[in-house]
Design a protein around this ligand. Structure first.
Ligand code: SAM
Length: 292
């Protein structure tokens, strides 16, 4: 089968099947062989690997993955793409296509069935409208993952990488950095896609930590606090958290915890590091336990 990274081959297959792009599925297909090589290279794909691809589209990156990995599982929501994938991937016997919504698929089961529960690699040119739920879903469901190498909106890649005190810093930065080491490996302009997106894109690799950089009594409680702290970004941490309706979290308890940590009573969430959120979480969790 012809290499779909070459624009003419993509155009031919789209015309043959009279494919109509669906905006609601965030369909922007890659048409640049350098970018495809870069993704495979950055993900460090070898013949030992089992790879999950989210949203294969017409199978462009899937072809590259099938050539380089032992096994590929590709989950595509758009059923109009399934007959196309049957043709474009017909040369490979190491690819399984699943026609489903990635947010509804039991990825842990796929890992169990295809890789005996051992960590897989995730590679995707993500539909931008659901980038955050996809990444958070993989992490929070504790799917055995070695790394996630994904194309996302440039701005989202920046948000994953930054530290406190910048405008992009927020709940996504903290969540990603709790689970993984993020590294932007390429910036990708709109002309590498068909159709062209309105935004710049970047490939980011998230390498899973063996264990989180901070240890907390209760991970779910830490993330409730983080989300609440950035829900009302402009408020002080004391006001934002005490309004969030979390048991044991009051103006007084947050004030005391901040004082014990040597932080200002007027500090905002965007100034706290992951380590400081972890400390705050453990102090407030202790209060929560006492109020129940
Ligand atoms: N991987 C292809 C490429 O690089 O050319 C296509 C990438 S395109 C940005 C995103 C793909 O994800 C589309 O094929 C779209 O139909 C699919 N998609 C969108 N939402 C999805 C979902 N919830 N679950 C699975 N696939 C989805």
């Amino acid at each position: 089968m012809a290499n779909l990274g070459i624009p003419q081959n993509t155009i031919e297959i789209l015309q043959k099947y009279q494919f109509r792009f669906q905006k609601k599925f965030g369909q922007n297909f890659l048409i640049d062989t350098h970018v495809l090589d870069k993704i495979i290279d950055s993900a460090g794909i070898t013949k030992e690997d089992c790879v999950l691809e989210i949203g294969p589209g017409i199978g462009t990156m899937t072809q590259y993955l099938a050539e380089n990995a032992r096994e590929v599982v590709a989950v595509e929501i758009d059923k109009a793409l399934i007959p196309i994938l049957e043709e474009t991937l017909s040369a490979y016997d190491n690819v399984t296509v699943i026609n489903d919504d990635i947010l509804k698929v039991d990825v842990n089961r796929i890992v169990e069935e295809k890789n005996a529960g051992k960590p897989i690699k995730v590679v995707a040119n993500l539909p931008y409208y659901i980038t955050t739920p996809i990444i958070m879903g993989l992490f929070e469901n504790h799917v055995p993952i070695e790394s996630i190498t994904i194309m996302v909106q440039k701005e989202v890649a920046d948000r994953m990488q930054v530290g406190p005190g910048t405008k992009d810093y927020g709940a996504l930065s903290l969540a990603v950095q709790y689970y993984a080491k993020p590294e932007i490996v390429a910036n990708v302009p709109p002309n590498c896609f068909m159709p062209r997106p309105n935004v710049g894109s970047a490939v980011i690799r998230l390498t899973r930590h063996d264990k989180p950089p901070v240890l907390v009594r209760d991970e779910a409680f830490l993330f409730r606090l983080i989300r609440a702290s950035f829900n009302q970004r402009r408020k002080t941490l004391i006001n934002g958290l005490s309004n969030a309706g979390i048991a044991g979290v009051t103006k007084e308890s947050v004030g005391t915890a901040l004082e014990e940590m040597g932080l200002s009573q007027t500090i905002r969430g965007e100034a706290l590091t992951l380590e400081q959120f972890a400390m705050l979480s453990d102090r407030l969790f202790k209060n929560k336990a006492q109020t129940l």
